[in-house]
Design a protein around this ligand. Structure first.
Ligand code: AMP
Ligand code: ZN
Length: 454
């Protein structure tokens, strides 16, 4: 199997490089000033899918995902650091804020069955790494110290700036971002800060060759990806909003350091909407995994719901679609328990060519799910084996069975109705209800103590 992914820069599908059987991956991680919403998690799930697909094809993966706990400035909060702003709202130390939400991030990944990355470097613990890269950039004439003591990247030093996002330098207008206070200190309006002078800020600042200050956000990803992945990234993942300026700037910095194209494939996940609107904290339209759990829905149903859409298309998540995915998940888990009995627990690692080619072709998860629906209805005698083959990518824990707490309201109603029908000796009704329950994936048995299910 050769995995091909859509590369934002060349705008075409490219085979993933596997030098010496290992692919190096970098995924932009969370800014830990709040819980990750389901939109953020859709992007983290994308990295998991790529990593699972490569693992399935026998390739080893080294995945680095950074934790941004300093330096991510916000438009919403008038140019304040997101972590510091949240620390003053919650009235606790900024590092405590960062550790709290970092812990929640790992918990949420586990709830979605997203496998952990190999490394989770924190920005606040990688200051030296960033400073040494900034010093290198100054030495290479790609960066300079501005009149305010901050260090800026000289965008004109990057001849191919704009190739990733399509934003040409001469078309960029001053004031595009929230950098007006820096404008007089920079040589050119589109230059950006690599190291910011502390100014009035007293928390989360570090000494440096350029005075007390803190790192910019873009340099964080260049430093961590190149220093931790041996100066080259085979696959770089992030949400589509990061294409510009974050990744465009990261590419300029990284290429200036390595002298060549430092990232082979730039993969961008499209955005998730919720009930028709953009999911963002500022618009108050945010869905968390906890909200899903609070409705009695298995978070893996959310994973299934996200997989119903290709990562490259914008997706509108609704409660209705999450609930439908929950029904489907329980039905499949139930049927797999039945097939385990009917077909036996053969331990063959059979490959379904249709599923394999859907994976290879830029992770076409909707097509995989369509194929599973067809297998479910077919007369095949190895349904369980094929479902479990697909589950190595899907990660839906399809052999988990059905547990009491995961029964849907519909299943509970049908079980209750059947129990009443049996007490009232309405055997035809009881049989009809059994058929309906079996369609939902439950196995019903009648015992002297009443009906049981599994
Ligand atoms: P942040 O914590 O804001 O730095 O974002 C973490 C990741 O989530 C980045 O890769 C973003 O591009 C991505 N992201 C943010 N909002 C959404 C969304 N609504 N849908 C999908 N990905 C998103
Ligand atoms: Zn990044």
């Amino acid at each position: 199997m050769t995995l091909r992914l859509y590369d934002t820069k060349s705008r075409e599908l490219k085979p993933v490089a596997t030098p010496n059987g290992v692919t190096s991956m970098y995924c932009c991680g969370p800014t830990v000033y709040r819980d990750a919403h389901v939109g953020n998690l859709r992007t983290f799930l994308l990295a998991d899918l790529i990593s699972r697909a490569l693992t399935l094809s026998g390739v080893a993966v080294t995945l680095v995902q950074n934790i941004t706990d300093v330096g991510h400035m916000s438009e919403d909060f008038q140019e304040d650091d997101k972590i510091l702003t949240q620390a003053s709202i919650e009235k606790i130390d900024p590092f405590e804020i960062a550790r709290k939400y970092e812990g929640n991030f790992h918990k949420d990944l586990a709830r979605l069955n997203i496998r952990p990355a190999n490394l989770y470097p924190k920005a606040s613990e990688s200051i030296e790494m960033m400073q040494s890269m900034i010093a290198e950039l100054i030495k290479k004439d790609a960066a300079y110290v501005g009149s305010d003591g901050s260090v800026y990247f000289d965008v004109h030093s990057s001849k191919s700036y704009g190739e990733l996002s399509g934003n040409r330098l001469d078309a960029l207008k001053p004031g595009h971002k929230h950098e007006t206070s820096e404008d007089s200190a920079k040589k050119f309006h589109a230059d950006w800060a690599l190291w910011k002078a502390a100014g009035n800020r007293s928390q989360m600042v570090w000494p440096s060759p350029w005075g007390l200050g803190f790192p910019g956000w873009h340099i964080e990803c260049s430093a961590m990806s190149l220093k931790l992945l041996n100066s080259h990234v085979d696959v770089h993942v992030g949400g589509i909003d990061l294409r510009f300026p974050h990744h465009e700037n990261e590419r300029a910095q990284s290429n200036a350091i390595t002298g060549n194209e430092s990232v082979d494939i730039w993969v961008h996940g499209e955005h998730l909407l919720f009930e028709g609107r953009k999911m963002s904290k500022s618009s108050g339209n945010v869905l968390l995994i906890q909200d899903v759990i609070d409705r009695g829905i298995d978070p893996i149903a959310l994973r299934l719901c996200l997989l119903e859409n290709r990562y490259r298309s914008q997706m509108d998540l609704t409660w209705k679609s999450i609930e439908a995915a929950h029904e489907l998940l329980l039905r499949w888990r139930g049927k797999i328990s039945v097939w385990a009995i009917e077909e036996g627990l053969q331990d063959t690692t059979e490959i379904d060519p249709e599923i394999e080619s859907a994976i290879e072709n830029d992770l076409d998860t909707p097509k995989i799910l369509l194929r599973l629906r067809a297998i479910e209805k077919s007369e095949l005698k190895n349904k369980r084996v094929l479902f479990m083959y697909a589950d190595q990518i899907l990660g839906l824990q399809l052999d988990a069975g059905v547990k009491e707490k995961t029964l849907t309201a519909q299943m509970k109603d049908l079980l209750e109705a059947r129990s009443i029908a049996r007490n009232e000796k309405r055997w035809a009704d009881s049989d009809q209800l059994r058929v309906k329950l079996e369609e939902l994936g439950l196995i019903i048995k009648d015992t002297p103590e009443g009906q049981t299910w599994s």
